[in-house]
Write a new protein. Structure first.
Length: 260
């Protein structure tokens, strides 16, 4: 089999299965999934995007998105959950991209936790999306298995569907790094702030924030506040994230450029 079969969901039984899958991924009881079957049914019936990834007839991933602002140009991807390490998430995003293009849309937005390195690498490097806004405690405190009681800071990220489908060239995120300053450095597992006045700055992330939440809540909190202050502050000032270096550092240009 070359990859998962991706298709839109339409039947209530399919939505119920997707809801249970989300509950398992997020470590919730099936009575309180991140998205209910009823909500998925309503979104799908209204013409929004609800799709599943299947392998040997079994649902292994699902994604829900709805039309956003600006109207007629944007799809907002609310939730995507899939088994890790098998390309399922990428297959869902590429299917979502084609769905949006077929409807004349120009971009897809979504939010993600800026502290999770694999998500940052996936979004910025594999897809070529770009963070646009830092959202502090967007959903409030979340008690599921993934968020572990941490505050739900998110970055709003946009994927330009008019750009070439090729993702970032390997050297792209390294442009200008010789003169980059570490605005936030991972120093022995703890965040260490530095000067952020260079044209290009690096913002490091912890090795594994999800494990850190379980093992050292104080250190996890320190990372949350440090990234909020540093990355959030840079984005608020108009700086642009242009890449993700070495699977651990946001590359941020403080001077806006005309090229994406």
């Amino acid at each position: 089999m070359n990859g998962p079969e991706i298709r839109e969901l339409h039947a209530m039984e399919e939505f119920a299965t997707a809801s249970r899958l989300y509950a398992r991924i997020w470590g919730r009881d099936t009575t309180s999934p991140p998205v209910s079957a009823e909500v998925m049914r309503a979104l799908s019936h209204a013409g929004n995007y609800v799709a599943g990834a299947y392998e040997d007839g079994r649902l292994i991933g699902a994604s829900v998105a709805f039309f956003g602002d600006p109207i007629a140009t944007t799809l907002h991807s609310h939730i995507t959950g899939a088994a890790m390490g098998r390309g399922i998430g990428l297959a869902l995003k590429l299917h979502q991209r084609q769905w949006a293009l077929a409807r004349g849309l120009k971009r897809i937005t979504w939010t993600y936790d800026p502290l999770i390195r694999r998500n940052a690498h996936f979004n910025l490097v594999k897809l070529g999306a770009r963070p646009e806004e830092y959202l502090t405690s967007f959903y409030g405190a979340m008690e599921d298995a993934i968020n572990g009681g941490d505050e739900s800071d998110r970055v709003l990220t946009a994927w330009d569907l008019t750009a070439p489908t090729e993702t970032l060239a390997p050297g792209y995120a390294s442009v200008g790094l010789a003169d980059a300053a570490h605005a936030l450095r991972n120093h022995g597992g703890r965040p260490e702030t530095g000067p952020a006045d260079a044209a290009t700055v690096l913002v490091d992330l912890p090795d594994d924030i999800e494990a850190l939440r379980r093992q050292d809540a104080g250190a996890a909190r320190a990372w949350r506040l440090a990234v909020r202050h540093t990355l959030g502050g840079l984005l608020a000032e108009g700086a642009r994230v242009i890449g993700f270096h070495d699977r651990r550092s946001y590359v941020v240009h403080r001077t806006p450029t005309s090229a994406a």
